[in-house]
Design a protein around this ligand. Structure first.
Ligand code: MSP
Length: 509
């Protein structure tokens, strides 16, 4: 597990302010970045904003704002998600950064030198909302298959010889069966590539807001060429000897939404091969959220503001819900009732109560100290073994990006610990068998310590708080530490505090 790990989110278009869909992708990536760090891997976690192209230029124009001023302002809204959601990204990239513009141009030159770019003219359909070209045959009732409006574009354009990559891509998918997850998405991509690939228009000449094409500034780069390059800019490209590039490329996991699969699974590896670079190791496409059963869209006015959500429910609560509610890779529905239900049952009742009853019992009845255990009985060993053996299970699910399974597995331990409290009844042992009570409490505190580490990638704040309540004030969040440093008997515990308050239901008259 010690190999380097580079994880990225898509870079977000700044034509619109952040909504829950953006937060979701970044939180999922953050959970994986944190888990990998705890497993001892060297991690580079990247997110950022996609700031060029016709869509952004239009949005700035509509507002009557200079595009640079516009993107600076909206990008800040995305950057504000980092502290808001306790994201641990190592860098926030912007495609208007000078070094990114240089990297995109360098990639272009490389693809051109190697014979994969030629000049021609494009005449066809373009959807500004998707920033995508569509063939006549792809249109559905005069619209893009995504429902976006299309416009007829006819302009001089450079082309990328995508058609030359049909066979190399199919060979690459065959040789790297784990390149695309989930499996169903992989099949979708293979079918599409088997159907044949047309050369791709990769420059625009009817507007200006983009990366200028080297030696032909009448053209700006097609925004997807520019955008995808961000993943290598951040590692120091075009310097392929840059330390981060050497360390992390291509040990990469791109987390994306299912809507941008084609760009990442087809165009991106083809561009990289054209430039003589190895394609990434893996990409994983997650599903889409609806809001109370409806498609989320600005025109419907039902976008979910992540800032409001955190203010109302708390950051860990929102992170937990998003990771737990929907199997990662599938579509799901966001509803406040479901969120409140999860907070009250999974967090307040199951987890919060377990911590609260154990910690306050120790505080009141065991001199607020980690007790000294005697010999463990079978049920004690069983719970502690379950806690230890959870780690490899989490690791297996992490490798498959089965994030919801990771959360579920942790909650199985919560359930087992709650059943253990009920069965062992430390409160009745207090008078009858204080020695046994000490052992039971020790086992429970140890289990809580495991739980505090396991929830750290999902709920970093609650994790640190719980560790503090367990007398570990400066925790090193590392699974090695978890395995090696058992709780020390005699350590004084602070006064317990609740971890997850209940949401009181509004009275319905
Ligand atoms: N700029 C491109 C990505 C370039 S990556 C080199 C882009 N940006 S986006 O802002 O439109 O979308 C970014 C991500 O947000 C996508 O992965 C998309 O799937 C995700 N989501 C947007 N709305 C969403 C939901 N309603 N639900 C879940 N994720 C959604 O595409």
């Amino acid at each position: 597990m010690a190999n380097p790990f580079y994880i990225t989110t898509p870079i977000y278009y700044v034509n619109d302010v952040p909504h829950i869909g953006h937060a979701y992708t970044t939180i999922a990536s953050d959970m994986m970045a944190r888990f990998a760090r705890m497993a001892g891997r060297e991690v580079f976690f990247l997110t950022g904003t996609d700031e060029h192209g016709q869509k952004i230029q239009k949005a700035a124009q509509t507002e009557g704002t200079d595009p640079q001023v516009f993107v600076d302002r909206v990008s800040e809204r995305f950057q504000a998600l980092t502290p808001l959601f306790h994201l641990s990204n190592d860098y926030f990239i912007r495609t208007t950064e000078e070094r990114h513009i240089k990297a995109a141009q360098a990639l272009w030159n490389k693809m051109k030198e190697r014979g994969f770019i030629y000049k021609g003219g494009y005449a066809g359909w373009y959807a500004v909302r998707d920033e995508a070209f569509y063939a006549e045959t792809e249109l559905v009732h005069g619209k893009a298959p995504t429902g976006a409006d299309v416009e007829w574009v006819e302009e001089p354009s450079y082309f990328f010889k995508l058609s030359a990559f049909q066979e190399p891509l199919l060979a690459f998918y065959r040789a790297n069966p784990d390149f695309i997850g989930p499996e169903s998405r992989r099949n979708e991509v293979i079918r599409f590539v088997e159907g044949g690939l047309n050369d791709l228009s990769i420059s625009r000449s009817s507007f200006k807001w983009g990366v200028p094409i080297p030696d032909d500034p009448e053209h700006v780069m097609y925004v997807w060429v520019d955008a995808l390059t961000n993943y290598i800019t951040a590692l120091g490209y075009p310097d392929e000897d840059a330390p981060d590039f050497k360390k992390f490329w291509p040990e990469i996991l791109h987390i994306i939404g299912k809507d941008i699969l084609r760009f990442h699974a087809i165009y991106w590896p083809a561009f990289l091969m054209a430039a003589g670079l190895t394609p990434p190791k893996r990409l994983y496409a997650h599903g889409w959220w609806t809001n109370e059963g409806q498609k989320i869209s600005k025109s419907l006015g039902n976008t979910i503001d992540p800032v409001e959500l955190v203010e109302t429910y708390g950051v860990d609560q929102v992170r937990y819900f998003l990771m737990r509610e929907v199997p990662f890779g599938q579509d799901g529905d966001f509803s406040r009732a479901a969120l409140e239900q999860r907070i009250n049952s999974d967090l307040a009742n199951d987890f919060g109560n377990l911590a609260q009853r154990v910690l306050s019992f120790v505080y009141k009845n065991a001199e607020a100290k980690v007790p000294t255990p005697s010999a463990f009985e079978a049920q004690d060993e069983a719970l502690l073994t379950m806690a230890q053996e959870l780690l490899p299970r989490l690791g297996e699910n992490f490798e498959k990006q089965a994030l919801h399974r990771m959360v579920e597995a942790i909650w199985e331990l919560v359930g087992a610990a709650n059943r253990y409290v009920d069965a062992e009844q430390p409160w009745s042992l207090r008078k009858t068998n204080p020695e046994r009570m000490a052992t039971v409490l020790y086992v429970l505190l140890e289990t809580l310590r495991y739980l505090a580490f396991y929830i750290a990638p999902i709920m970093p704040q609650a994790s640190v708080k719980l560790l503090h309540l367990l007398g570990i004030s400066e925790p090193k969040l590392h699974f090695k530490e978890l395995q090696e440093k058992k709780l020390q008997s005699g350590v004084l515990l602070p006064q317990p505090e609740g971890l997850f308050p209940r949401i009181e239901k509004e009275r319905k008259e």
